[in-house]
Ligand binder design. Structure first.
Ligand SMILES: Cc1cc2nc3c(=O)[nH]c(=O)nc-3n(C[C@H](O)[C@H](O)[C@H](O)COP(=O)(O)OP(=O)(O)OC[C@H]3O[C@@H](n4cnc5c(N)ncnc54)[C@H](O)[C@@H]3O)c2cc1C
Length: 320
């Protein structure tokens, strides 16, 4: 099978050996050194010449103990969101519609609309490939920060087997201005979880951020660049304080100011017509083409602002 059939960017050559893992034991067995562990393929840029070994995570376990849920890595993230909301649990609604699997969610500490998964994770069950030991890591040992974790820093080492989340039952405060406006509440005011989910999905669709076969702008890996953390934001840039003490600047604003607008690029890979941060494979593109486009954007921003944008998706076997 080709990696292009396993990734949302529809890129990548053959997966020469592909093992589908439907139990934790199969995953532990398959995820040897050097094997790419792949979930939904929504945050990877795979090589054009393919990979020798891929372990596809398709475990399905889900257990609930009151407000606590223990979920296998292969469960689809948005299925988890729906299941918890239907059980009356809150905490995941603002992260509705994020593609991919539960196992990948701690890897880059997924987040959206003012929420991130690190805030509800209690433990992550992992295989340490350097020792062969399986252990339950408490959240404090996972190195969570904005769109990163110990797992993202050392991908050759860690395989996520399952995740334990602690959820609430009370409506959560809305922490994102655009979402609050759509819901008709004040920022910080609580809103019913199902209404939050619907509003988030509405906003995400308008930006091509929900996987949709009928939307060519969703043939992406989501946001291609993270919002950079800087000491002083450029004048006029939308920015937010970060717990690190630095300032998080809107990468979309930097990109637009540097001359790259929505829909930019006349090749087979270019910017989404709905979202400045998403690089889209418009059909028949290659990873080489995507990286060329990404470098042109990164270099344009670097020249104008002296800020180096960093890619959010994992470039397998390469770098920008
Ligand atoms: C349209 C679109 C919208 C998106 N919106 C958001 C968003 O709002 N917020 C956000 O944070 N992200 C977003 N993303 C990115 C992506 O959905 C998330 O990063 C998601 O968690 C990736 O899950 P996956 O299963 O597809 O991971 P994959 O792409 O399969 O893998 C990503 C990385 O994680 C590793 N990995 C996967 N599973 C495991 C495992 N079990 N153990 C160890 N390593 C593993 C892989 O080796 C790879 O390095 C979006 C992507 C798309 C395409």
């Amino acid at each position: 099978m080709n990696l292009s059939e396993l990734t949302t960017l529809r890129l990548g050559g053959p997966a020469r050996s592909l093992v589908v893992c439907e139990s934790e034991a199969e995953l532990v067995e398959a995820a040897r050194d050097g094997v790419l562990v792949l979930g939904g393929g929504s945050n990877v840029v795979p090589p054009d010449d393919g990979l020798d070994e891929v372990a596809l995570v398709r475990t399905t376990g889900f257990q609930r103990y009151g407000g606590k849920v223990v979920v296998d890595a292969g469960v689809t993230w948005d299925e988890l969101v729906v299941r918890t909301l239907e059980a009356g649990l809150t905490g995941l609604e603002a992260m509705s519609g994020i593609p991919g699997t539960v196992g990948a969610s701690p890897v880059q500490n997924v987040g959206a609309y003012g929420a991130e998964v690190a805030s509800v994770i209690r433990t992550v069950r992992v295989l340490d490939r350097t020792t062969g030991v399986v252990a339950d890591l408490p959240a404090a040992a996972c190195g969570f920060a904005y769109r990163t974790s110990a797992f993202k820093q050392s991908p050759a080492r860690w395989v996520v087997l399952s995740v334990e989340l602690e959820l609430g039952t009370d409506p959560e405060p809305v922490r994102y201005a655009e979402l609050a406006r759509l819901l008709g509440v004040d920022l910080g005011e609580a809103a019913p979880a199902m209404a939050v989910r619907e509003a988030v999905l509405h906003l995400r669709r308008s930006k091509g951020m929900v996987l949709d076969p009928s939307d060519p702008d969703s043939v992406s890996a989501g946001s291609f660049f993270t919002n950079p953390l800087v000491e002083v934001a450029p004048e006029g840039a939308p920015c937010w304080p970060d717990p690190s003490g630095l300032v998080k600047v809107s990468a979309a604003w930097l990109i637009e100011q540097s001359g790259f607008q929505k829909g930019w690029g006349d090749g087979r890979v270019g910017l989404s017509t709905k979202h400045t941060l998403a690089l889209v494979n418009r059909g028949g593109g290659t990873t080489a083409e995507l990286l060329t486009v990404a470098r042109e954007i990164r270099d344009g921003v670097q020249t104008l602002f002296g800020i180096t944008l960093v890619n959010e998706p994992v470039i397998v076997g390469g770098s920008l």
